[in-house]
Write a protein that binds this ligand. Structure first.
Ligand SMILES: [Zn+2]
Length: 393
């Protein structure tokens, strides 16, 4: 057994959650959402208790109207808009949120050579001045300014240091370390966050370091977790992990990790509403993954006989994550590889008392149907039907 499984928890750091399902999530080519869907998702994010909703990107035409509408429907979380380091984008973000008193602008400037050469072709000094002057301008209009050195992971540490110092001196309160192309490995990313945190601390005690991770190598959640362990005070997530290319750190996975024992951090998120939120985002985008952790269809389901037998006695035998924490319940799914215990327990759940012989009969029936290619999934109604037929015969 992993040591400390049942250890006593110390006081936990509270990590802010910025959810960017409506911004980075929507930037996935297959996740375009209608305005009414975005408003429903924003309301759901408020119910989930996220600290910040990133509601859109000022450079995308059409985002401003829905950002305004979200601002008129939401009360509790901060609302954030992404902006390039231009007056035009900062003004558009202010225009969207001017009637809302908890507003954040999230300004980014590329800092890696590969991105700078491909997009801006500016000297390091020019990039730094561009960032500093944008933050200076935005400070008049926003309570909080978040600054992202875009592609932080592939940037020179010396450039990151200079840029962070410059934007903090102009009023940036969140420095977001972005693994824009999902290149980092967990230990590297953790170390980068730690190093940046030291730079930030020399400038200010209140500036937060945030982590924004992409999933190109499947490391988005692991990297975000390592960022927290190395001093990040904010994480950026999306529901289902939807986002550019292979996606972002998934909200539900990082919240599950916040509840894993021994706990190492806390958030304000109401985890019991995550499943409902995931279903809402699925309906809006068509995106879902049946075997995704936490919110996938099969995340708490058991089909094989050995697992079902054990789970009937003690659900912890084959579940490390507590289904109830996420508004879900454990399920026994019947199939040809189910065993007596599972089938008897399922029958009981449906109001029938059966013995091993009847259970064996049902397993044979399912097995035959699969072999004859008649059917391969068996829901409660199918099992009920088989029980009734046996009962009557
Ligand atoms: Zn991103």
């Amino acid at each position: 057994m992993i040591s400390n499984y049942n250890c006593i928890e110390k006081e936990l750091n509270n990590i802010s959650v910025m959810d960017t399902t409506l911004r980075d999530g929507e930037q996935n080519p297959f996740c375009t959402m209608y305005d009414n869907e975005k408003i429903e998702i924003a309301k759901m994010l408020e119910k989930l208790n996220v600290d910040i909703i990133e509601a859109g990107f000022a450079a995308s035409k059409g985002n401003i109207e829905v950002m305004k509408e979200i601002a008129s429907k939401i009360k509790k979380p901060y609302l954030c808009g992404l902006a390039r380091a231009t007056k035009q984008d900062i003004d558009a973000t202010y225009d969207a949120f001017k009637k809302y008193d908890k507003r954040i602008v999230h300004i980014f400037v590329p800092t890696s050579d590969v991105q700078n050469d491909a997009k801006l072709k500016k000297s390091e000094d020019e990039l730094i001045e561009m960032a500093a002057s944008a933050v200076r301008y935005a400070a008049k209009y926003f309570q909080i300014i978040e600054f992202t050195p875009e592609d932080s992971v592939r940037s020179k540490f010396s450039t990151l240091t200079k840029m962070c110092k410059a934007v903090i001196s102009e009023g940036a309160e969140v420095i977001n370390i972005a693994d824009t192309v999902g290149y980092a490995m967990p230990q590297e990313f953790g170390q980068l966050v730690k190093n940046i945190k030291q730079v930030v601390k020399q400038e200010s005690d209140t500036v937060k370091v945030s982590a924004h991770c992409h999933n190109d190598y499947g490391m988005a959640t692991a990297n975000t977790y390592y960022a927290i362990q190395n001093g990040a005070g904010q994480v950026e997530t999306t529901i289902w992990g939807i986002g550019e290319r292979a996606g972002n750190c998934s909200l539900e996975q990082i919240i599950a990790l916040s509840l894993r024992k021994p706990r190492t951090f806390d958030t304000q998120i109401d985890s019991t509403k995550l499943y409902e939120a995931a279903k809402l985002v699925s309906r809006a985008t068509g995106i879902k993954s049946d075997f995704a952790p936490i919110v996938g269809k099969s995340a708490f389901s058991h089909k094989s006989g050995i697992h079902q037998h054990a789970v009937v006695n003690d659900v912890n035998s084959y579940e490390a994550v507590n289904a109830k924490d996420f508004g879900r319940k454990s399920e026994l799914i019947m199939g040809p590889c189910s065993g007596y215990h599972g089938v008897i327990s399922k029958a009981q759940e449906l109001g029938y008392t059966i013995d091993k012989t009847v259970a064996a009969n049902i397993i044979i029936k399912m097995s035959n149907m699969v072999r004859q290619k008649i059917k391969r999934e068996f829901n409660d109604n199918d099992i009920r039907f088989m029980l009734e037929v046996i009962h009557k015969s």
